[in-house]
Design a protein around this ligand. Sequence first.
Ligand code: G3P
Ligand code: CA
Length: 301
Amino acid sequence: MAHTTPSPLIIAHRGAPGYLPEHTLTGYRLGATLGADYIEPDLVFTKDGRLVARHDHYLSTTTDIADHPEFATRKTEKPGHDGADWFTEDFTLAEIKTLRARQAMEFRSHAADSMFEIPTFDEVIALAQSEGKKLGRTIGIYPETKSPDYFASLGYDYATVVLGALERAGWNEKDAPVFIQSFEIPILKDLRTKTQLPLIYLLESKSDLTMPDIAAFADGIGPYKKLLVNTDGQSNGLIEDAHAAGLKVHPWTFRADQLPDAFQTAHAEFEFFFKLGVDGVFTDFPDTAYAARLAGAAIQL
Ligand code: G3P
Ligand code: CA
């Protein structure tokens, strides 16, 4: 299938967690069906070295593990984590597969809690490929290496495992519909030497690095959306600087149920950021981004 590049890209952030529990195959499928171009798995390791889709390596907030008496004694404390919890790296994939996902945010619908398994990275890639065929358009993947420094300290090799999965699926080529993202620079530098896939450096706060500095190890930035505007709501020039250095700009996270004060509707927020010049958006509600992109395109006709 020809690989097209819609713009701005719509990235189904953790699937479609505005509607279904995050990081589930059904959630990713819904994200694609609602108009996303890419689905976003956050990745963490199991005890037996498999990558599974979870935003965090602790399991209490997004799974039903607290309802599994057989795992009660596996609850533990770890340095750097507040309070006791269950952690993916202490469970085999077979054990993780006995859990079911739950909606992470209390105020969202819990109707689909405890219905869906935790998917592996291989299953997410396979889903993107099969959904792309079904929908007749490319559905890419946008994996995030979560806490690579921490997992490296436990002996896990993110780059090898992520790229191995992509290689097996035939998606470790320059023009494959894949972006790999991280908040941590060492893993991006490691990946840079091992793959031609585009790499995205995530920014939670203003960086001391210049855009040309970042361009030495990444192909784009994934900033918290508020980093792109001044307090008066005008562009602060970050997008232009990134573009001048050849970097894409994919901000996060757009949530129709948590709008910034400046916007009355999700549509208005997307309209604003699309006009600002972003190249893609991470959203919990892919349908809202799709409608805004469609409306923008119609206006230009
Ligand atoms: O990866 C982009 C965005 O998802 C970063 O935020 O915390 O939702 O992974 P987070
Ligand atoms: Ca993420």
